[in-house]
Design a binder for this molecule. Structure first.
Ligand code: NDP
Length: 307
């Protein structure tokens, strides 16, 4: 744990960094061990990553995902499809991958070009290969508290960082800023499952600063650079910043004004090096989980007396 004393002038408040890089390294080491066992069992875990078009940000994300797969001995299947590909051709590719036993996880990098219906694409991925956890079956399982689905990587990564640093969740008054299907909503479900009292804020929320002052756990996922100011936070709050924005003058910043928030918070994620590294770590974690489940299903099917 990298602990940074930042409490100057704030009485007893001493802030520690929630180190996403270190947490991701631990998760990746566990994934590497599982990937090796799968390799030795003759069923290497395989992740198919589909990119449609050449959006520069997507290209960076996709490259990183493929690189981490290779680092951890997962097989990476790369599909770089043209921006003007017909929707039906993309769906056909996904169906092929659904049927391919060497592919355990399928990820379609978002956003997609406008002529392609994202919902239809997400719905076409077989739920047992949906390692992003976006398919309605997996969203439903998460909502119902069933362990057999896949949890979206970013909110799962947030919980993992908190656990890694020994930050309790139970009983906290959590405010999540953002209600997207990929971050805010699943984050709310996960924190509720861990016995936090959860409020979800969004663009129509009245008086966000006042609401945040009541929170001892804040998860910022609004997609708005440095929206959340230090003066909006309760002293000692735990602050998790999911936002990532590239600015011309300040480099990468989050949804939280870090230099103001750090002296107030008890724990805070940096940007970069906070939630970002966790998203890929949880993706490969979900992929080895998918491969392990597939291997168990094959073994069950080949055991006499079982189907
Ligand atoms: P979306 O744009 O899909 O959702 C943003 C949410 O924030 C919406 O619910 C919106 O409300 C709400 N919101 C926007 N402005 C305000 C405001 N001023 N006050 C309160 N609520 C507000 O974003 P995502 O959930 O996809 O991503 C959020 C951020 O996280 C982005 O910066 C993104 O880049 C980053 N991200 C980072 C990842 C990582 O690996 N670190 C992974 C995924 C995302 P409404 O619903 O009313 O419009």
């Amino acid at each position: 744990v990298i602990a940074a004393a930042r409490g100057q002038g704030k009485g007893s408040v001493v802030t520690s960094l929630l180190d996403g890089k270190a947490t991701a390294a631990v998760v990746k080491a566990q994934v590497a061990a599982q990937a090796l066992s799968l390799l030795q069992a003759g069923q290497p875990a395989g992740l198919a990553v589909i990119q449609v078009g050449t959006d520069p940000a997507s290209t960076v994300y996709v490259r990183n995902k493929r690189r981490v797969c290779e680092e951890l001995q997962l097989r990476s299947f790369a599909f770089d499809l043209p921006a003007d590909i017909e929707e039906s051709a993309l769906l056909h590719k996904i169906e092929e991958l659904n049927a391919d036993p060497s592919v355990h996880g399928i990820l379609v990098q978002l956003p997609l070009p406008r002529h392609i219906r994202t919902e239809l694409v997400v719905d076409t991925i077989a739920p047992h290969k949906d390692v992003d956890g976006f398919h309605p079956v997996n969203a439903g399982k998460l909502a119902l508290g069933r362990a057999s689905g896949f949890v979206p990587c970013t909110p799962a990564g947030v919980v993992r960082i908190l656990d890694h640093h020994g930050v309790s969740i139970s009983g906290r008054r959590a405010v999540i800023v953002g209600r997207s299907n990929i971050v805010g909503k699943p984050m709310a479900t996960l924190l509720l499952q861990r016995d936090a009292t959860v409020t979800v804020a969004h663009s129509k929320t009245r008086d966000l600063p006042e609401l945040l002052r009541s929170a001892d756990l804040v998860v910022a996922a609004a997609g708005s650079p440095e929206l959340i100011r230090g003066a909006w936070l309760q002293p000692d709050a735990v602050v998790v910043d999911v936002g990532i924005h590239r600015t011309a003058d300040r480099g990468l910043v989050g949804d939280v004004a870090f230099s103001e928030a750090a002296p107030v918070a008890s724990w805070i994620t940096p940007v970069p090096g906070g939630v970002g590294p966790m998203t890929i770590a949880m993706l490969v974690n979900n992929t080895v989980l998918a491969a392990t489940r597939a291997l168990s299903a094959t073994q069950r099917a080949s055991t006499p007396g079982e189907a």
